[in-house]
Design a protein around this ligand. Structure first.
Ligand code: AMP
Ligand code: MG
Length: 647
């Protein structure tokens, strides 16, 4: 069982090879292999080459015969474009075709898009190497790899003659009567707007090995034996938040084109390499003069307009040069007199030229001149490491000519809904079902704040289904937000699956708050990477309140923001409010009245945690204190803390 499959990922794309496009598909396929989508696989070769038949052929032959890879995955060049020749190259290289793999990819892809009719996959073996051709798009190539993943390890075992693994698979097949056991596992499309379609993912226990089809070891079958009280201690919101934040590691740095860096935190100091203004510049439309000449007559010796070269002219005693705002002040001049403080004395015959003017006010030395480098000096630090890049900061980068910046990356967050009752919003509503709203809400919330999100689909309340979804989510992101499955029901299986199958540490699972009491936070290691899991309650309002409270600060901190906490203000209750034994986060709109410095807060009405309508127009979460035996209500006019919800 210990053999590792050596995998080669070959991207065939003129544009990527020329550096005109980023090889997202190749990068994604490598990540998928590394995360275990292809059983026991390890990427040992990767190349990105142009759509050249001979080049593709040579590379494949080298990887088969010299490098002795067990599996080669190509992406790109399988379409109908004039340069699409990957299948032709593969055909020349393989010795035996494996049409079953190609059929599987086409059949499954057709369920996703009719355009699959136009893909031309070729799969087969050369010596002991299996070669499969995947389409070029990131989404398509990932889907196709997932379609064939259950059969690939067995194919490799057979080609390699790895006997024990082959026998094991065969006996597993016998045990289930010669058929693969198909588990229909709905999984949303992980990419694009992907909220609409989903396909059924065929799991084949006997073939797949542990990467894709592992069964959960969590035993949740003893319903009557489940605890009737949460075994986790109840902690406060502030303790919960500081626990979450204490696990926030700042993301790695990356270089971005300046234009794409909006909303990122700068990971370098920005030093000006030249002065601004780069020449002494006039602040006014007027005349450049010698201040020592005082008021009185001047001959007009020419002009200096914005954008012209400063060496063109020179000012000497008794003369002046007409200048515009932003134009270089000519050499010799030490003051600018605005046109309003002058009079025309003499012009030429056709009135096109000023010949002589009179300065009405005695000029001061340096007046209305921005000296060289007065805004930004050469070598000056214009932006410090740690600065959040907003529109003005990007303008500064443009000013100092910095086109690429080192920034702190942002975390990618995978969002997974759980619940047997959930279905995608676009499907006809089935009996006993409701539409999954949490995924849309949370993905939109995070996107609104500029965080990349991954749709990890809907998991059934079944340990093995959840395990498979969690694995997928962990292969895509280091932060996972789930909704549902953390209450006290026997179907609330997130915690058992996390602890049993991922050896996760549950940091807390009960918070003294309303809504959001069962909010769960766990961490674990997957393939050497630390994963943070926030298990939010399924109720739509609880999910939004808890993501605002915990996930937004977490994401900000991971993105390098020092100001990662939510903004809190004070607000005055417009009416009396009953308070709960738990601290409540009460949705409200805010109204600022002229002359009053504290806004009035209006409750959005019924605060049932299932009532998404109570959030629809909310601008703030009022932090209502817990009730005491003495105080069960806050009177109208009470001032409370409120978390601002930016919209
Ligand atoms: P749970 O936390 O799984 O016990 O779910 C609590 C409530 O929230 C139940 O009424 C669920 O049907 C509902 N719920 C769970 N997940 C979602 C979701 N993704 N969208 C809308 N409602 C949900
Ligand atoms: Mg549920």
């Amino acid at each position: 069982m210990s053999e590792i499959i050596k995998v080669g990922v070959l991207t065939v794309s003129d544009r990527c090879a020329a550096g005109e496009a980023v090889d997202e598909s190749g990068a994604n396929l490598q990540a998928l292999v590394a995360s275990g989508t292809v059983y026991g696989g390890k990427v040992s070769k990767y190349m990105c080459i142009a759509d050249e038949l001979s080049l593709i052929k040579e590379t494949l032959i080298n990887w088969c015969d010299e490098e002795k890879l067990q599996l080669i995955i190509t992406t790109g060049g399988t379409g109908f474009g004039p340069r699409d020749v990957t299948p032709e190259a593969v055909k020349k290289v393989i010795e035996r075709e494996a049409p079953g793999l190609s059929t599987c990819m086409i059949t499954e892809s057709l369920k996703v898009t009719p355009l699959a009719m136009l893909s031309r996959p070729v799969c087969g073996s050369r010596g002991k190497t299996l070669i499969v051709t995947l389409p070029g798009s990131k989404k398509g190539s990932e889907e196709c790899l997932r379609f064939i993943a259950p059969a690939v390890p067995h194919a490799v075992d057979l080609l390699m003659g790895w006997k024990t693994r082959v026998e094991k698979t065969h006996s597993a097949l016998q045990a289930v009567g010669g058929h693969c056991e198909h588990i229909h596992h709905p999984r949303a499309h992980p990419h694009g707007h992907g909220l609409h379609h989903y396909h059924h993912h065929h799991h084949c226990h006997a073939l797949g090995g542990e990467a894709e089809n592992q069964e959960s070891k969590a035993d949740v079958s003893r319903i009557s034996g489940r605890p009737r009280k949460s075994p986790y201690p109840m902690i406060s919101v502030s303790e919960a938040l500081s626990t979450v934040l204490s696990h926030a590691e700042q993301c790695a740095n990356k270089t971005l084109p300046m234009q794409e860096s909006l909303g990122f935190v700068l990971a370098q100091n920005i030093i000006a390499k030249d002065p601004l203004p780069p020449f002494p510049a006039s602040i006014k439309d007027g005349y450049a003069v010698l201040a020592s000449d005082g008021a009185g007559l001047r001959t007009v010796g020419g002009d200096s307009t914005a954008g012209c070269s400063p060496e063109k002219t020179r000012v000497s005693s008794g003369m002046c040069i007409r200048v515009n705002t932003g134009a270089p002040v000519p050499a010799g001049a030490d003051a600018v007199v605005q046109v309003e403080d002058t009079e025309l004395v003499k012009e030429d015959d056709d009135g096109r030229k000023e010949l002589e003017i009179k300065i009405l006010k005695v000029p001061n030395q340096g007046q209305d001149i921005r000296p060289l480098g007065c805004d930004i000096a050469t070598g000056q630090k214009v932006l410090a490491c740690g600065t959040l890049l907003g529109p003005a900061e990007l303008g500064l980068l443009a000013t100092v000519g910095v086109t690429e910046v080192l920034v702190v990356n942002k975390p990618t967050i995978a969002i997974l809904s759980t619940g047997n009752e959930l279905q995608e919003p676009g499907e006809p509503l089935r009996e006993g079902h409701i539409r999954d709203s949490n995924k849309t809400t949370l993905m939109s919330l995070l996107r609104q704040y500029g965080y990349p999100v991954i749709n990890a689909g809907i998991a059934k309340d079944d340990p093995t289904a959840l395990l498979s979804s969690l694995k997928y989510a962990f292969s895509q992101a280091d932060v996972l937000v789930t909704t549902g499955g953390v209450s006290m029901g026997e179907r609330d299986i997130l915690r058992p699956v996390l602890t049993t199958d991922f050896d996760a540490h549950i940091h807390f699972a009960q918070v003294f708050m309303k809504p959001g009491k069962p909010t769960t936070f766990a961490t674990c290691q997957v393939n050497g990477r630390k994963k943070l899991i926030l298990g939010l309650p399924g109720n739509p309002v609880s999910a939004v309140v808890t993501s605002t409270l915990y996930i937004l600060p977490l994401c900000r901190k991971m993105s390098g923001r020092s100001d990662h906490m939510n903004t809190e203000i004070r607000a005055k209750l417009s009416e009396s409010i009953q308070i709960d034994p738990r601290p409540e986060y009460h949705r409200a709109t805010l109204c600022w009245h002229p002359g009053v410095d504290i806004p009035l807060a209006h409750s959005t009405g019924n605060q049932l945690s299932s009532r998404l309508l109570s959030l629809a127009s909310a601008q703030a979460l009022l932090k209502l204190p817990p009730a005491t035996p003495e105080v069960k209500e806050l009177a109208e006019g009470t001032v409370v803390d409120a978390i601002l919800l930016e919209m």
